[in-house]
Design a protein around this ligand. Structure first.
Ligand SMILES: O=C(O)[C@H](O)[C@@H](O)[C@H](O)[C@H](O)COP(=O)(O)O
Length: 284
């Protein structure tokens, strides 16, 4: 397991929100904008940072479909061998289960893009089986041990790509693509959950309010060390939470219990890609 690291979150970046927010009439129209952003983020990673690889975290939910619709139009702008894909969160289900974020991304994205399979970093499927059968047979303690192993395994995969070269001791993703739940959750970080305090790289949750209940997730400090963070939120059921997160900013001193509001990158920038329906109540 990776030892605990200290981090200090500095204030949100200074770029005005209006310059970090894209609003399009429909989710479909958001896809091309999002794909253009991915191209920019990729070029910054490869050309400006000269890093030879593009490290991306993808979430589940509606995001993969929106992303896929745009990426397929700009396929030729990437050297796909340079991509390293992680999951911002993943459900503890077999990789061919319909609840698996990998499975969803495979259907929507990976089957249509030439990313080398070894550059797509999935959870350990043997451990998934062990965790689920331990819980099924009532062996909770065993289940928890395997859960720790799956967390350690995913952290090792992160280390294999990011190495220990990072001076702040957290992986620095080039791009994290995040979803937003109507309760303010992002990744598998839920309001008021103890995982919000986690300082290791990867967390495990066995009581996710959004099913399925067992998941792993990147933690807040990892999210907050990324260069580019893009929230993609569409549909009417995101209106109220977006207002809470983006408009009600005069309580900066009060700690928020809303995970998405705790996304305050140390150096990176948070962007919001919204459709008009989600953005309807915002005063931008
Ligand atoms: O459950 C998951 O796998 C997620 O990664 C989760 O954080 C998701 O991104 C949000 O719940 C938004 O989901 P929608 O875009 O479907 O509303």
């Amino acid at each position: 397991m990776i030892t605990q690291h200290n981090t200090t979150q500095t204030e949100e970046n200074k770029k005005p929100l209006s310059e970090r927010t894209i609003i399009k009439p429909t989710a479909g129209e958001l896809s091309d904008e999002l794909a253009d952003f991915v191209v920019k983020s990729y070029n910054t990673a490869i050309v400006t940072r000269g890093r030879g690889k593009f490290t991306v975290g993808i979430s589940g939910g509606s995001l993969p479909k929106i992303l896929a619709a745009g990426l397929k139009n700009v396929k030729e702008k990437f050297d796909w061998d340079k991509w390293d894909v992680f999951f911002c969160d993943e459900r503890i289900v077999p990789l061919d289960h319909e609840d698996s974020n990998y499975f969803l991304c495979q259907k929507e994205l990976f089957d249509h893009l030439p990313i080398p399979p070894e550059r797509i970093h999935v959870i350990n499927s043997d451990l998934v089986e062990k965790i689920n059968s331990a819980y099924k047979s009532g062996e909770t303690e065993k289940g928890e041990e395997f859960a720790q192993e799956i967390v350690d395994d995913y952290e090792k995969q992160l280390v294999s790509v990011f190495g220990f070269l990072n001076p702040v001791k957290y992986p620095v993703f080039d791009l994290l693509l995040l979803g937003l739940g109507p309760d303010g959750h992002t990744c598998s970080l839920f309001p008021d959950h103890p995982l919000l305090e986690e300082t290791l790289w990867v967390g495990y949750i066995d009581n996710s309010p959004k099913p399925p209940s067992r998941r792993i997730t990147l933690t807040l400090p990892v999210i907050n060390h990324a260069h580019d963070i893009v929230f993609v939120a569409t549909g009417e059921n995101k209106q109220d939470i977006l207002k809470k997160i983006l408009d009600e900013n005069n309580d900066e001193d009060k700690p928020s219990n809303l995970p998405a509001k705790l996304v305050k990158p140390v150096k990176g920038i948070v962007y919001w890609y919204l459709d008009q329906s989600a953005a309807a109540k915002l005063n931008l």
